[in-house]
Design a protein around this ligand. Sequence first.
Ligand code: ADP
Length: 327
Amino acid sequence: MRKGLDLELVGLTKRYGDTVAVHAIHHHFKPGVYACLLGPSGCGKSSTLRMIAGHETVSDGSILLGGADISHLPPAKRGTAMMFQSYALFPHLSVADNVAFSLKMKGVDAAARRTRAMDMLALVDMTKYAERLPAQLSGGQQQRVALARALITEPQILLLDEPLSALDPFLRVRMRGELKRLQRELGITFLHVTHGQDEALALADEIVVMNNAVIEQAGAARDVFNAPRTEFVARFMGGHNVIALPQGHFALRNDLTRLAPEPGARLGGRVTSVEFQGTHVAVTVIATGDQDITAFVPEHQFYADPKSPGDGVGLVWDDEALHPLSA
Ligand code: ADP
């Protein structure tokens, strides 16, 4: 049996007084995907997630899970579970009791609760901490407990609001791997809110880019990165130049932008900065039309013919690397 249900947002809207936080968005999430809602602060990601969770009322439109309208159901009746940015564990309850809490509310008996809680703790590799209090755990460990607590309700969809933002960079990369592993093992939909494009690229099967309360572009992570449709997406995803040519605006990946002798180049310009970035050197050029264009030059290639700020250079690329942008 295929696990998970389709989640569909139909004209979903959130207004707070005069502020339109989410403006009539439509999207269909297939079952069992790892999806990231990505966008800058204030674009409406959390409001969308909170409406799906039932922690925020829907101003207009609806939320369908497996075809059933869940827009007005209480959170516990939706088949969703939310993992919050602050893990909000009960400080006076042990780890095992925190995880078992929702089963207690449902009237499940103590022995059955304990068994399920220990299963969930095994899933997140926290079995040996079952009797500790939250204050006796590190941030990463508290987060695993919060995950176990959300998953014990057997949700069809796990909602994660900036789940990695409180962790240090090393732990963040580790937890990101764990989230991905869990999602694959459970086969349910994870819907993860983040403002970090690297996090979204690393985790997501599907990326939904939001900007100013609307969905600007959605698709497979590679497609959104490789073929951004708007200037906003190209700039926000990073790794691209936005180039104005007589035919219009285009996105061009930095690593597909090459330096060349000025005669015969597509654009000419002057180097303004040179940054060593490990595997490549980022060379920024102020080019025709006063535009900043950055080429990622492979390290060995750069040092075979190094450039310095002030040098005149040309820029070239293959036509198929250009992606036309709408405004
Ligand atoms: P994001 O998660 O992308 O940072 P939010 O969904 O939190 O964005 O916020 C979207 C917009 O709605 C912002 O302009 C924000 O100030 C506003 N907003 C969010 N929550 C509330 C609230 N409880 N009351 C009033 N305005 C809010």
